[in-house]
Design a binder for this molecule. Structure first.
Ligand code: ZEM
Length: 293
């Protein structure tokens, strides 16, 4: 042993290809675990990325996806985060395989992957989030409460820096997934295709007749025709409020416009409060399973 052959290695600096490998691993795991819910972990992964990001407060610069503080109590135990352990556990083997990625970058990358793999638009992404300890947990109450009204939605999303149009564009995510009685108390899916991103959330809001569901659970709406779909009180606010409604009408008519605006606003949501050392031109677009090789 001469030591001559030892090539000094700097710290591993992952590049686009490395992150695409992580993307591919998440996409593969999504495909493999089709036993979950309506056949995909995609919706709950997106919800994890949203709840990690949606704690941002523009006044104090606290919260947001940097830190992944939902790993810890108290934040992991906040009522709004009930059920998100399923998403965090789903990503654990991926974190083990790619230990160089921070949890906070991984959760957001997984959200991007979920959107793209559920046939949504491409969401440009850049890494730069570092994990932080539990002293950075945000206080409870920063995420929206589905039982509330217009003022609440504007206050919560305004705190993150979003306007009416952006609130409506973000809400189109409710085309995906479902409510779980054992998590939020609410029950049921919003659309008939909860694992494919479409503008159906807006179409159904406008085109179906909705009535209060008669049951023991929290107040929610059901469609009169099939009684199999649901809307939260905050979803219904989007067609009751004139300013919100004009955007619901636009997105119901034009899926391309919805995809464009959704991609723009989700990108911003996912970057809130992150102390990037790179510029906006450093964003990458991952190849999805639907893209040409
Ligand atoms: Zn949701 N959301 N959300 N949301 N959400 C649920 C589920 C999902 C609100 C809300 O209270 C709830 C955004 C905005 C808002 C997703 C994405 C996004 C559930 C059901 C509730 C109660 C949870 C359960 O029981 O499992 C409220 C009040 C919102 C204010 C407008 C935004 C913004 C989102 C992303 C951009 C997704 C994908 C789900 C489905 C999760 C799943 O497990 O299927």
């Amino acid at each position: 042993f001469s030591g001559k052959e030892i090539i000094p290695k700097g710290p591993f600096t992952p590049k686009f290809e490395d992150y695409q490998q992580v993307y591919n691993a998440v996409a593969k795991a999504l495909e493999e675990h089709d036993e979950y819910d309506d056949g995909s972990y995609g919706p709950v992964l997106l919800r994890l990325a949203w709840h990690a990001s949606g704690t941002y407060d523009k006044e104090t610069g606290t919260g947001g996806s940097n830190g992944a503080t939902m790993r810890f109590a108290p934040e992991g135990d906040h009522g709004a985060n009930a059920g998100l352990k399923a998403a965090r556990d789903f990503l654990e083997p991926i974190k083990e395989k790619f230990p160089w990625i921070s949890y906070s970058d991984l959760w957001i990358l997984a959200g991007v992957c979920a959107i793209q793999e559920m046939q949504g638009p491409h969401i440009p992404y850049r890494p730069g989030r570092a994990d932080r300890d539990l002293s950075f947990c945000t206080p409870d109450g920063r995420l929206p409460d589905a039982s509330k009204e217009h003022k609440h939605l504007r206050a919560i999303f305004g705190r993150m820096g979003f306007n009416d149009q952006e609130i409506v564009a973000l809400s189109g995510a409710h085309a995906l997934g479902r409510c779980h009685a054992d998590r939020s108390g609410y029950d049921g899916p919003w659309t008939f295709s909860p694992t494919t991103l479409t503008n159906d959330f807006y179409k159904l809001l406008l085109e179906e007749k909705w009535q209060w569901k008669k049951w023991n659970g929290p107040k929610q709406f059901e469609d009169v025709k099939t009684k199999s779909l649901m809307m939260l009180p905050t979803d219904m606010v989007l067609i009751k409020d004139k300013s919100f409604r004009q955007y619901v009408e636009k997105y119901a008519k034009d899926n391309d416009l919805f995809f464009k605006d959704f991609a723009d606003v989700v990108l911003r949501l996912f970057e809130l409060g992150v102390p990037f050392t790179t510029g906006e031109d450093a964003r990458w677009t991952f190849k999805s399973s639907f893209d040409e090789a």
